[in-house]
Design a protein around this ligand. Sequence first.
Ligand code: ADE
Length: 431
Amino acid sequence: MKYDVKNVKLADSGKKRIEWAAKEMPVLTKMREDFAKKKPLKNLKIAACLHVTAETANLMLTLKAGGAKLALCASNPLSTQDDVAAALVQHYKIPVFARRGENRKVYYQHLNSVLDFRPNMTMDDGADLVSLLHTEREKQARDIWGSSEETTTGVIRLKSLAKSGKLRFPVIAVNDSKTKFMFDNRYGTGQSTVDGIIRATNILLAGKKFIVAGYGWCGRGLANRARGWGAHVIVTEIDYVKALEARMDGFEVMTMQEAAAIGDIFVTATGDINVIDLHIFERMKNGAIVANTGHFDVEINVKALEKIAKEKIAVRPNLVEYKIPPLHLPLAKGEKERGLKSILLIAEGRLVNLAAAEGHPAAVMDMSFAGQTAAADYIAKNHRKLKKQVYGLPEDIDIGIATLKLESMGIEIDTLTAEQKKYLSSWEMGT
Ligand code: ADE
């Protein structure tokens, strides 16, 4: 079996971590038990490009129990848990190509390694495999029955590909299921982003001005959790409705230009590029902390920061201090030289929750990966009738996942009476 992980000797520690996560993943465990009996994936060869974490390992074990053959690589160079990667190889015989800290070249070698495995399905977190299958490895696209996508950023890329008429196979947007985006994006990102910031800096959040760029599901979750820690949260937005919602949710709303001068901590959650650019760094206070929780490392213009920095100091793991001139503009006539100011960047501007912490907790990945499992099953069963489009998972799958999750939490809910059902489906009954 081919593989490339940092150190297989870490396998025992990885196994413990995988088993610990499984305890918080009852929905996935239930699906794994069903899959082990029915083997619905026995004809599937899945190449997966996901964050290599204990939660992902549990997804891999579920797909394997269903009969699928697998190869896994990382969807981000900094998110791999090397002990988990080792355990998957050593204890579970699943080929993994991922090393935490791999450079861009190795990252792409690893993507190519899982595609060399000649899959008939791909599973992406950020659409990198699909992207390769539409560029350098275009010929291989004809082997693919379908693909599934985990994240908002990936779905945006795929919808744009479908719109251009160039999508070569069907895609299931797992992200668009309610049991995914309303929980993973909100509570998962909310908690794990704060976790990453605290692990990287150990700063007190209470009383800090905490800027959240973007009020989508991730931004909402983060803003709420940061408020829970006592931070004074300020939201920046480009969407009028979301900005209004943020204000009425009780957050201050202003432009990034305004926020720049007063923020203590800045976190981007927008999915867009250069949200924190040079002119924003220039306005920031000495000692401002900057992080990104969006999928790609494009939201903070780190290159610009590198360019103007006079000094760069590794302060702690995942925390680098950039010493920059207080203003990039030339000094005014007669003005003396100004001292340098510090900007602290967490995890190179890569997604802070996975690079500086352990990603979303297992209890929330339980639902996201139940969706991925259902997507693999759906592709196995329906690939012949699916078109080259981006599909959401059917609503009954979403409801099934929510039902199992509630059951696992010991929660029962009410059901409609016959009279109530009739009322809801009639238009005649009014005042
Ligand atoms: N994305 C966010 N958190 C994650 C986790 N714990 N495992 C895999 N993918 C993730």
